[in-house]
Design a protein around this ligand. Sequence first.
Ligand SMILES: *Cc1c(COP(=O)(O)O)cnc(C)c1O
Length: 442
Amino acid sequence: MKDNDIVLLSKKEMPKKWYNVQADLKVPLDPPLHPAEKRPMTPQEMVAIFPMNLLEQEMSQQKWIDIPEPVLEILSIWRPTPLVRARRLEQALGTPAQIWYKNESVSPPGSHKPNTAVAQAYFNKVAGVKRLSTETGAGQWGTALSFATYFFDLKCMIYMVKVSFNQKPYRKSVMHMWNAEVIASPSDRTNAGKQILAKDPDCPGSLGIAISEAIEDTISHKDTKYALGSVLNHVLLHQTIVGLETQEQFKKAGVSPDILIGCVGGGSNYAGFMLPFAGETLTGGKKYRFIGVEPTSCPTITKGDYRYDFGDTIGMTPLLKMHTLGHDFIPPAIHAGGLRYHGMAPILSALVEQGIMEAQAKNQLPTFEAAVLFARTEGLIPAPETAHAIRSVIDEALKAKEENKPTVIAFNYSGHGLLDLSAYDAYFAGKLQNYEYTPQKS
Ligand SMILES: *Cc1c(COP(=O)(O)O)cnc(C)c1O
């Protein structure tokens, strides 16, 4: 590794404001609609679920929003994160392309998710909330929220998608470390869970179901609010610290990326990484290629419709205008649990519709192949979610080789895979398979 292959920022250089892309969107976002009456929701109607300060951020059109000092203080445990050139991967591919990654795996819970978990815990705390209820897929969001609530002295209740609950026991251990309560979803604690178990006792669960349970828990406890780890505007806002740092780091390196890549589940890590760059494009600056990468088993953008849909399975959440496979879609039990969500962040969906961002879908086996190559060149073991981005990076780097172009490719390394080793074991034992979603013809 050469001296300038790793670009660091000092604590002092940490961004002090989040970037709100809503201020720069040419076409404003379609508003969330009331689940039954299908008319725009008011913030007052959503205050049973979220505190007003976060709802204000959700709707804000203000371009820059201050990051409170207590949030910066906790983020500085691991931020700013490094921007690293993956030179050994470049060499293994024999590509003239440069490959850079922003390493969000260095946070204590191991992913980008605490960037918003810490902010959400803080804003709930100052709003007087005592307990947060949430869902978790692969367990990354649960670990991030348990970490954040612990530091702000809030209780934390986590509904964990059953397939991950069984596949990833150590994630539970991490959540227990920070005093969260964790149960498998669908559970018999909520009407939503009971309803689903009655129909299918072996239901592997899905993020949509777990969200229904976490919201029902919220509505039935007075001291409790709900926290969502992705999709919503305020979550993406909190993640923009990633892209803002990346912009500074590329300036320091004297390099400008051509392609920005990230995996997309609900869209938060990728949005956090790319939105500040998309802001340049939206305000007449450089045109980048933005590629969001999803699994072929849950191809929300590449095969879904762009329409209003519920965020959960039962239909309790406001309707969001987004790419969706349908709120009752239950994806197969692939190992990238964090990418098994039927919908997509309205902000990213809008950028796709406006032709600013594109999407690709990658299958499970080539994704693990890419992850193994990354681990054997760069030395880091990626989360299966992150591996989708790496598959796309490698494919773009190989294309650059064919065309003999020195393309600069950057991607968000959203998390490590050190708690996903059973998935790698299954891959090496030949037990993983590809999954292709085929849309139902009606
Ligand atoms: C949760 C998660 C994702 C997917 O969620 P987004 O909101 O799309 O970012 C991706 N990578 C990792 C490591 C995750 O934990």
